[in-house]
Design a protein around this ligand. Sequence first.
Ligand code: NAG
Length: 403
Amino acid sequence: MVHFSTAALVLVASVLPQLSQASGLDTAAVAAGKVYFGTATDNPELTDTAYVAQLSNTNDFGQITPGNSQKWDATEPQQNTFTYTQGDVIADLAKANGQKLRCHNLVWHSQLPSWVTSGTWTNTTLIAVMKNHITNLVTHYKGQCYAWDVVNEGLNEDGTYRESVWYETIGEAYIPIAFAAAAAADPNVKLYYNDYNIEYSGSKATAARNIVKLVQSYGVKIDGVGLQSHFIVGSTPSKSAQAANLAAFTALAVDVAITELDIRMTLPSTAALLSQQSTDYASTVGACMETDGCVGITIWDWTDKNSWVPNTFPGQGAACPWDDNLVKKPAYTGILTALGDTASATSTTTTTSSTTTTSSSSSGSTSVAAHWGQCGGLSWTGPTACASGYTCTYTNPYYSQCL
Ligand SMILES: *[C@@H]1O[C@H](CO)[C@@H](O)[C@H](O)[C@H]1NC(C)=O
């Protein structure tokens, strides 16, 4: 149990009831019955100790996704030569931290080595190449992944199949064949189709549902659909539109997950944009909270410092809930509130309370926070002292940081 003074309880209950049992994003998500709240990361970022300290804060992140190091160009750069060094670094970090791993990805049109894209294939030889890749990766990571994104971004915006070496050579059958190969290599891992612009109703979302039906029609297992959710501030679909869309997927007896959430803006960032961004994050998180089959939410890295957005969309950025200096933005509170709203609604069960207590007390906090690390805030159970040379500095009621 966390012990509050009466005055503190009154403050928490009157001002921030939804935060009273949540010390972080994953803690709140799990308390509300979700499997995880997590973030993407990538190998080059792991030399940054302040970054790694927060990445490893299991109050916020119960799950991580490797941004690049399990992709085809990283894992099978030459035919049948598999390299797992970089992917293993992320998998080992997740294991050391006690975080779930979403494994990403097996079959995609992008980041393919030239031996795949420039090869001369027949239907039979390309199916063999694809199955060999899937079998090797899924076997190597067997028991380490919560889920695999088996097929990534197989659709055009109009809902037709994307022209890729896979589709052109094998036809739509590449999709059920890929899922069957993954299921054969690890019957326990969750198998997902993952795509973007399927977060609202339309041709592409309908086509993604048809992919679920296609795989099922082959008698092959598909466990979930990942909705990437790379959004733009002020133009995300409403919470109710997102919830209705998620329900249309779960009606097909699959889970859904928000797999790559970020919400970019045209720079520079302003107070108004940051406020709207917080509202927009809350819409997507709220839609997941309203959907029983929505298992979790992954942000596509947690700090603007390591976001893919500025390199891909010039002039845009500030898409993550933490800023370039690893300081929480209003979006953090928007997310926590959206998670906590449902936590309050379901907090009458004893199981939920004890789960919360366990995950808070087993989060492995050290006694001293590192430079940039959290050192205080409402419901914070971690260290309140800073490493030598740094001062615990108040940022807002939820967050103080060693600066
Ligand atoms: C390739 O082979 C698979 C498996 O037999 C089959 O389902 C698919 O339709 C074939 N594709 C083409 C283009 O012939």
